[in-house]
Design a protein around this ligand. Structure first.
Ligand code: SDX
Length: 447
């Protein structure tokens, strides 16, 4: 920080010779009386600029303190835009509502990763490449068979994605564009296969190999549901509803699991290990595990008449209304609105899920209650999605897995963006140390 900029500010003359206000913060350190000018760019100040604010030459300088990064931008990104106040979600600038209505998951995955909608030849090639990479090494079957019969499929997915890194040791060549592209294709292609194999394992059923005649969503349904029939034919309404769910879950800017992928990826590890970190973060009930928690909550409420008592318990802080609230959306989550509509399409085929009435009563009651209104708590993506997964016959343990499959394309898009970002380096936050200092070792007999 040059002395003239300090001097300039110290006279309150934070000017640049024009009437235009400077894009900067003028701050005074009351410990020293010294004034500083911190440049503002893109609505942020660089945390590193705070380090110049010291009380003495050997002072480390100031840091920002932001547990859970509630007000910290960790990166520049052009993948996904969210305006939480007005419920806007756009992938590469395209509104989620238009993509859900007119696109397909594979086309959206291409958009997220390559930054533009594919031409017909590009989409055909992309679809072909992914379709022919849906198989996994046979050893992964025996790896999965090592899990207990009642293993949580998210734990199986987390492990098997990480295990893939051992089958493609060249994946750690992260500066090789061709290598990045083939690993991108493998990850998107193989996630449904690993997910379906995990499901068949906990069901005690033989694994179903991918059917390359089917669409991405149709093939997943086949690997889940095919039994003795020679060829599984997915119901097109279920296939489309699942494809829409995949589109809605594909990316969501710097959420917990994407931040995990970026942090792990910043060490320059292979993409399978970075994505495994994303699966691990998504597993948590406050994140992707919320859709499983919502269904368990609805089952526990059991009937509509119990909703008022349950809501009172939430307001007393006894538990959270799972599927409600969001760090960014302080209005409706546009994905929840679309999923609620998709419920109708699915229930046309499967019959209405009786828990829907409880979910709707919960939503109605909460949206009229000051506790939720004052905290800006609205249904999020997880509130209704579980009703569809249950109607599709999936067990609640599979719900977070259904989130991880499509989010893989978003995680990869963000990871690839990280690799190309010259501002990034290995993630290594600081801390405020609160422990003891310089203690002398005490021998065991003296303790
Ligand atoms: C996802 O980040 C993303 O983009 C995530 C995601 C994605 O696509 O990647 O959108 C997917 O993870 C959606 C969220 C799924 N999680 C849940 O539905 C779990 C229930 N929701 C909460 O745990 C919570 O709302 C979070 C975790 C989603 C957000 O938490 P924040 O932003 O840290 O908010 P907070 O915990 O500070 O809550 C603020 C207040 C608190 O009350 P007070 O302490 O001020 O009195 O709101 C209350 C909280 O207790 N609150 C809730 C609540 N969520 C927040 N009270 C009851 N029920 C809830 N669900």
């Amino acid at each position: 920080m040059s002395s003239e900029s300090e001097t300039a500010v110290s006279n309150g003359a934070a000017s640049n010779g024009t009437d235009e206000p400077r894009e900067s913060l003028s701050v005074v350190d009351n410990r020293t009386g010294r004034a500083y000018e911190l440049p503002i760019t893109d609505g942020t100040i660089k945390s590193l600029d705070l380090r110049k604010i010291k009380v003495s030459e050997d002072d480390f300088g100031l840091m920002g303190y932001d547990p859970a990064f509630t007000n910290t931008a960790s990166t520049r990104s052009s993948v996904t835009f969210i305006d939480g106040d007005v419920g806007i979600l756009e992938y590469r600038g395209y509104p989620i509502e238009q993509l859900a209505e007119r696109s397909t998951y594979l086309e959206v995955a291409y958009l997220l990763i390559h930054g533009e909608l594919p031409t017909k030849p590009q989409l055909d090639q992309w679809t072909h490449d992914i379709t022919i990479h849906t198989f996994v090494h046979e050893n992964l079957k025996s790896f999965l068979q090592g899990f207990r019969y009642d293993a949580h499929p998210m734990g199986m997915l987390l492990s098997s994605v990480g295990a893939l890194s051992t089958f493609y040791p060249e994946a750690n060549q992260i500066r090789d564009a061709e290598n990045i592209n083939i690993q991108t294709i493998r990850l998107i292609a193989k996630m449904p296969t690993l997910a379906a194999f995990s499901y068949r394992h906990i069901r005690g059923m033989p694994y179903v190999y991918p059917d390359n005649d089917l669409s991405y969503a149709g093939n997943f349904l086949s690997m889940i549901y095919k039994v003795a029939e020679l060829k599984y034919q997915p119901d097109p309404r279920l296939e489309r509803a699942l494809d829409i769910l995949f589109i809605l879950h594909a990316d969501h800017e710097q959420n917990c699991s994407t931040s995990a992928v970026r942090a792990v990826g910043s060490s320059q590890v292979d993409p399978y290990s970075a994505i495994a970190a994303g699966v691990a973060a998504l597993y948590g009930p406050l994140h992707g595990g919320a859709n499983e928690a919502v269904l368990r909550m609805l089952r526990r409420i059991e009937k509509v008449e119990n909703v008022p008592d349950f809501i009172e318990g939430v307001k007393k802080g006894e538990e959270k209304l799972m599927g409600f609230g969001h760090r960014v959306y302080k209005n409706f989550d546009p994905r929840a609105t679309i999923i609620k509509k998709a419920c109708d399409d699915v229930f046309e085929v499967t019959g209405v899920n009786p828990l829907l009435a409880i979910a709707k009563e919960l939503e109605k009651t909460a949206l009229e209650d000051e506790y939720f209104i004052s905290r800006k708590l609205y249904p999020n993506v997880d509130f209704y999605s579980g009703l569809i997964y249950e109607a599709l016959g999936l067990p609640v343990e599979m719900f977070p897995v259904m989130f991880a499959i499509p989010r893989t394309s978003g995680w990869i898009a963000q990871w690839r963006e990280l690799l190309g970002d010259t501002e990034q380096k290995i993630a290594r936050p600081r801390q405020i140390y609160t422990g003891e200092r310089s203690l002398d070792y005490i021998s065991l007999s003296q303790r």
